[in-house]
Design a protein around this ligand. Structure first.
Ligand code: FMN
Ligand code: SF4
Ligand code: SF4
Length: 314
């Protein structure tokens, strides 16, 4: 298994950046499609695109990658304005939010031109995936890209309003077993979309109605409405680097947050002081009861803070 901890000194910075899609050999690489490599041994070229806030999806993306795989952070490629991707196999890994993709991932797929003989998607989640695979099938096909394989994988649930991270981290969700199954499916280039039941579709529709979210948009909030920074802040600047929207700023009077927000929770989970808290919002359907445990935060045990920053920094 490849983790940050296996290699405490880290792979070379150049290799690390290359694997995360952050190393660009000349400006042309920003706009050019990724060329197929003509390897002597005919090794298949795989690209994996990912979005992550607390590391689960990055961990899975890394587990599905081999030495030749190009790992690309969606916030970074959005920042670069890159839309063209070509390889033998292209995968996408993202966390589901209300069973839907993050808003940034949804907008990304609408603009992307993805050419590959085999396309797969692995959606990480924490408790209930309902019709998440089917929703991605619809969204991506509407955007002109059909994925051959869409599956989900259950991990720690980082949704703070309902879950205590200390409890979540104690649960064994059998991640290695799920991963082995997905790897075997991908090895056979299985064509399959995890089916949804009528009950799951109804439950998703119920969630959308309850949450008052627009199903065509998903979670797109305003960070100044939901988050506040307490006196525990030490001005370390982590929040300014882990937010995929670049919504945090260190000012002369403290830390300010403002802007369209995916509600990914990278800021609130990764603040080392637990100084980012939800505002009191008694009328908000999702936050009316605040959060379960303001003293428990989560980052995937295999993923370093450095990797989250490199994935999301704007
Ligand atoms: C805004 C938001 C909504 C979420 N919605 C769901 C959900 O509908 N079902 C679920 O099982 N998990 C849900 N989760 C949990 C995440 O999908 C899960 O923890 C994911 O693995 C986190 O991935 P990451 O560590 O790569 O950010 C939600 C998390 C957030 C922040
Ligand atoms: S990450 Fe937390 S402690 Fe660091 S500057 Fe941001 S709010 Fe302050
Ligand atoms: S403000 Fe926080 S929750 Fe919103 S996009 Fe940035 S890191 Fe994610």
């Amino acid at each position: 298994m490849k983790t940050d901890k296996d290699n405490p000194k880290g792979i070379s910075r150049r290799d690390a950046l290359k694997r995360m899609g952050l190393f660009v050999a000349g400006a042309a690489a920003l706009s050019m499609p990724t060329a197929l490599t003509s390897c002597d041994n005919e090794k298949k070229k795989r690209i994996i695109l990912y979005f992550t806030a607390t590391g689960n999806s990055l961990y899975i993306a890394r587990q599905l990658a081999d030495e030749e795989t190009e790992l690309l952070s969606i916030p970074q490629i959005v920042k670069q304005g890159r839309h063209d991707f070509e390889a033998d196999e292209i995968g996408i890994v993202y966390p589901i939010y209300g069973h839907m993709p993050p808003n940034m991932v949804r907008n990304f797929i609408k603009q992307a031109r993805i050419k590959a003989g085999y396309k797969f998607a692995v959606l990480t989640y924490g408790m209930l995936d309902f019709n998440a695979a089917e929703l991605w099938d619809g969204i991506s096909q509407q955007a002109g890209t059909k994925f051959d394989y869409i599956n989900t994988l259950v991990m720690v649930d980082n949704w703070l309003p309902n879950f205590d991270m200390a409890e979540q981290m104690k649960m064994d969700k059998h991640i290695p077993e799920q991963l082995e199954k997905i790897k075997a499916d991908l090895g056979q280039r299985m064509r399959w979309v995890k089916p949804a039941t009528e009950e799951a579709r109804r439950a998703h529709d119920g969630f959308v109605a309850f949450s008052r979210l627009d199903p065509e948009v998903g979670f797109l909030m305003r960070s100044e409405k939901y988050f506040q920074v307490t006196d525990a802040c030490i001005g370390c600047g982590v929040c300014t680097e882990v937010c995929p929207r670049g919504n945090y700023e260190l000012t002369s009077t403290g830390v300010n947050t403002e802007g369209d927000c995916d509600f990914c929770f990278a800021c609130i989970h990764n603040c080392p002081q637990k100084a980012i808290q939800f505002r009191s919002l008694p009328d908000d359907p999702l936050l009316a009861r605040g959060e379960v445990n303001p003293n428990a935060r989560y980052r995937n045990e295999h993923i370093s803070l450095w990797s989250i920053k490199e994935s999301n920094r704007q």
